[in-house]
Design a protein around this ligand. Structure first.
Ligand SMILES: [Zn+2]
Length: 262
């Protein structure tokens, strides 16, 4: 499920492939993923235009066209981007294709169709309407502390609450807590100042390293939880068997020895 590092990787991919080219057409294969826009309107707004820049906030990607319209992308569970020329390179589940003048296409591919694609005029207004918190890589320590103070609940649920901090989902929340050596069900109000700082540092470190690895699990450090989680997986730190539990409605993987509940 694409989280901040995946969406940042999509952003860089789009920036490197799809900016400044004339859009010849928009091929909507599944109107189901369109939100607040019809296929006809999407094509009308973007045909003859160029994408100029992009911006990410949490798990959202916004692409600015030169008529001041923003394309809004959310990758849901299985969304991704694929830029290609030859038909045989077309991905398996393209839902919308942007056709460029150089005959290349940018596909929004999404097998499970939980992704969303829309148009908007004002990104900040959209973020406000959705009541999204600051981006997990934009937030500074002071704001992080303020956001977490006076909160109650398990630390993992708090990290994943997009209205508090935007961008962290199930996988990276587990990784951050493993790095901070914190049990996912730890009550947030029990954390001291020093521990909150540790959590902040772990958050930045994990997200930045994941982006550097292009969000590719195979390129992430073996010392991380990610490649060890799953049945029979062992803690890369102490070698004990990893545990899983439903916490806040999601499956958390952790090492009960290394990650103590405070
Ligand atoms: Zn361990």
């Amino acid at each position: 499920m694409p989280e901040l590092p995946e969406v940042e990787t999509f952003k860089r991919y789009l920036d490197a492939t799809s900016l400044h080219q004339r859009i010849e057409g928009v091929d909507v294969r599944k109107a189901y993923i369109l939100k607040d826009v019809t296929a006809r309107k999407l094509a009308r707004e973007l045909k003859g235009r160029r994408f100029r820049s992009s911006r990410r906030h949490g798990k959202y990607l916004f692409v600015h066209a030169d008529n001041h319209v923003w394309l809004r992308l959310h990758f849901g569970m299985t969304g991704s981007l694929e830029y290609f020329k030859n038909e045989e390179r077309e991905p398996q589940h393209p839902r919308v294709l942007f056709v460029f003048a150089n005959n290349h296409r940018l596909a929004f591919d999404d097998q499970r169709q939980f992704g969303q694609l829309g148009l908007l005029k004002d990104v900040d207004e959209f973020l406000k309407k959705r009541a999204l918190g600051p981006d997990a890589l934009e937030i500074d320590l002071g704001e992080f502390r303020k956001t977490l103070s006076k909160r109650h609940g398990g630390v993992k649920s708090i990290l994943m609450n997009q209205q508090l901090i935007a961008g962290i989902g199930n996988i990276y929340a587990d990784e951050i807590l493993f790095r901070a050596r914190m049990h996912p069900a730890t009550e947030i109000s029990h954390l001291g100042k020093k521990t909150v700082t540790k959590l902040f540092r772990a958050t930045r470190c994990v997200l930045k390293k994941a982006i550097a690895a292009k969000a590719d699990a195979n390129k992430m450090p073996r010392s991380w939880l990610l490649s060890h989680q799953g049945k029979g997986g062992k803690c890369p730190r102490c070698g004990r068997k990893l545990r899983s539990a439903k916490i806040g409605g999601r499956t958390a993987w952790f090492c009960a020895h290394c990650q103590k509940q405070i």
